[in-house]
Ligand binder design. Structure first.
Ligand code: EPU
Length: 338
């Protein structure tokens, strides 16, 4: 375990922003994590625990210690007639875990194929796509309490999962590091193809037999067609959350914009796609030097090369202002500013 100084984080954030960490260390075990947290040289400085760096925007150099969580390992810990319980280290790449489950016929994660990031970061914001959220397949997680340095277990009810939300973004923010997550996966698949373009894509691919693999393939194909690959164009997936607004406000907007899409939440609330609002406000495909708004999905801000976090933040503020002016809706960010 080597602590490096003035370390470039460019390849540790999917936006590809050039920023440095004053100190940087990669940990491969919980013991190493405890060890670094007990080191008196670093006890009083700020720390940033990093997974895949796929949900952060580095707006400046980080003046503390960045700890890259590299806890690996995927194993089946238990099974019964209905479920297989798969535990994965927080540092495992999310999509590699999904592929492992697809290959081994563990059902439930296939709709979450190709989401960037690591396993440990996934419950933080209850990642979701195509009608499935991590909470639907979640059994429990282990996390290191940063005060006591003890491992604690969190069951689904302890995590307070919501839309891109969990207790780790609020009450327990900065208090725990997730070290492993256990998933409860179906032996008998319950395919979810109603959401979005899955069914249509399967037909286009001439796939008429549903399986864990074919659904995963369809989701991969949809994501590849809409979302930029961070290896080619820096980005962090959806930059904003889809806002929830009252039905009253929705009906009012609909009188002027009759095609506004919506998803019902409850009797009084609907969710509207931020990508649609941003496109209507004229931002889709916008480019200013090295930064911009993706040409195929307006919810994704991009760094074409040497863009800075400050520039992307500036663009996001302008987008928020123009959506607020046009629709009276405030967009909140899904990405965390560092
Ligand atoms: N839309 C537009 N213009 C755009 C983008 C979208 O009009 O530029 C419209 C689409 O036509 C569609 C609707 O908005 O009617 C929804 O678009 P899409 O299916 O692409 O999904 P989204 O709501 O923009 C959410 C998640 C994604 C997830 C997809 C699929 C959030 C913030 N984002 O996007 O998650 O993959 O649904 O389930 O909830 C992520 O969080 O990083 C992410 C990529």
């Amino acid at each position: 375990m080597t602590i490096q100084q003035n370390f470039s984080l460019k390849s540790y954030n999917t936006f590809g922003i050039e920023a440095t960490a004053k100190f940087f260390v990669e940990i491969q075990s919980v013991e190493e994590l405890r060890h670094i947290l007990q080191n008196s040289d670093y006890q009083s400085i700020d720390k940033l625990f990093l997974g895949g760096g796929s949900n952060i925007l580095l707006t400046k150099n980080y003046e503390g210690l960045v700890v890259k969580i590299n806890l690996k390992g995927i194993k089946k810990i238990f099974e019964n007639d209905s479920y297989s319980y798969i535990q994965a280290g927080a540092g495992e790449i999310w999509h590699e875990l999904v592929m492992y489950c697809v290959e081994n016929q563990y059902a439930g994660m296939e709709n979450l194929s190709l989401i960037p990031g690591t396993v440990g970061a996934a419950p933080m914001q209850n990642i979701g796509a195509y009608g499935v959220e991590i909470k639907d397949i979640f059994e429990e997680l282990q996390a290191l309490n940063l005060e006591t340095l003890e491992i604690e277990t969190f069951k689904v009810n302890d995590c307070h999962f919501g839309y891109r939300e969990s207790v780790f973004k609020h009450q327990f923010k900065g208090k725990y590091v997730i070290t492993s997550v256990t998933f409860k996966l179906n032996k008998i698949p319950d395919y979810k193809v109603a959401y979005g373009d899955i069914q249509k894509t399967l037909e286009e691919m001439n796939i008429f037999e549903l399986s864990i693999k074919t659904i995963s393939d369809a989701v991969v194909s949809i994501r590849k067609s809409k979302l930029p690959d961070p290896a080619e164009i820096g980005n962090s997936g959806s930059f904003f959350k889809n806002p929830e607004i009252s039905k009253v406000q929705y009906e009012e907007i609909k009188t002027k914009f009759e095609h506004i899409p919506s998803y019902p939440i409850n009797e009084t609330t609907v969710k509207v796609p931020a990508g649609w609002l941003i496109e209507q406000a004229g931002w889709k495909g916008f480019r200013d030097g090295e930064i911009g708004v993706h040409t195929r999905q307006a919810l994704v801000l991009v760094n074409y090369g040497g863009g800075t976090g400050e520039q992307i933040k500036g663009l996001s503020v302008k987008i928020q202002a123009s959506v607020l002016e046009k629709f009276g809706i405030s967009l909140s960010t899904e990405v965390n500013f560092i």
